[in-house]
Each structure stands twice: as structure tokens, then as C-alpha cells.
Design a protein around this ligand. Structure first.
Ligand SMILES: Nc1nc2c(ncn2[C@@H]2O[C@H](COP(=O)(O)OP(=O)(O)O)[C@@H](O)[C@H]2O)c(=O)[nH]1
Ligand SMILES: [Mg+2]
Length: 59
């Protein structure tokens, strides 16, 4: 998969905030600091679309 464009839409907390554009959704789960944000950045070819912690094990 090659992602050509990626954009941060919202960090939704309540259901009311969920995007209604009908785009596909994926779930990425894992405990803190396992590399979820780094994985997203790799996937979308961007350095810091998802913010990562500066050091491993630091939140
Ligand atoms: N050694 C190593 N460190 C990683 C890897 N993936 C992420 N990290 C580091 O682990 C820390 C936490 O990663 P982050 O993506 O912020 O984790 P999140 O809390 O799951 O979103 C950061 O300092 C990353 O640079 C990996 O594959 N190997
Ligand atoms: Mg993260």
C-alpha cells in the first residue's frame, strides 16, 4: 500500500465528534509506548503525523 496523502482529522473523545465522511476505519490497539504512533507514521510515510515520544518508555 502506498499512501500519497495523509491528514490528521480529529482526536475524537465523544461519539458526537466522530467523522461522518463515511471513510473506512481501522483499529490499532496496543499498550503505551509499543510503537503505535511510529507504526502509523511509517504507514503514511510521514515523520510526525502521529506524535511519538522522544525516547522509548517515556510518555
Ligand atoms: N527500538 C525501537 N524503538 C521503537 C520502535 N518503534 C517505536 N520505537 C520508539 O518507542 C517509543 C514509543 O513509540 P510511540 O510510537 O510513541 O509509541 P505509542 O505510545 O504506542 O504511540 C518512541 O521513542 C519510538 O521512537 C521500534 O520498532 N524499535
Ligand atoms: Mg502514540
Amino acid at each position: 500500500m502506498i499512501v500519497k496523502e495523509a491528514k490528521f482529522e480529529i482526536s475524537a473523545v465523544t461519539k458526537k465528534q466522530y467523522p461522518t465522511k463515511g471513510l473506512p476505519e481501522i483499529v490499532l490497539a496496543g499498550k503505551s509506548n509499543v510503537g503505535k504512533s511510529s507504526f502509523i507514521n511509517t504507514l503514511v510515510n510521514r515523520k510526525n503525523l502521529a506524535r511519538t515520544s522522544s525516547e522509548p518508555r517515556k510518555n
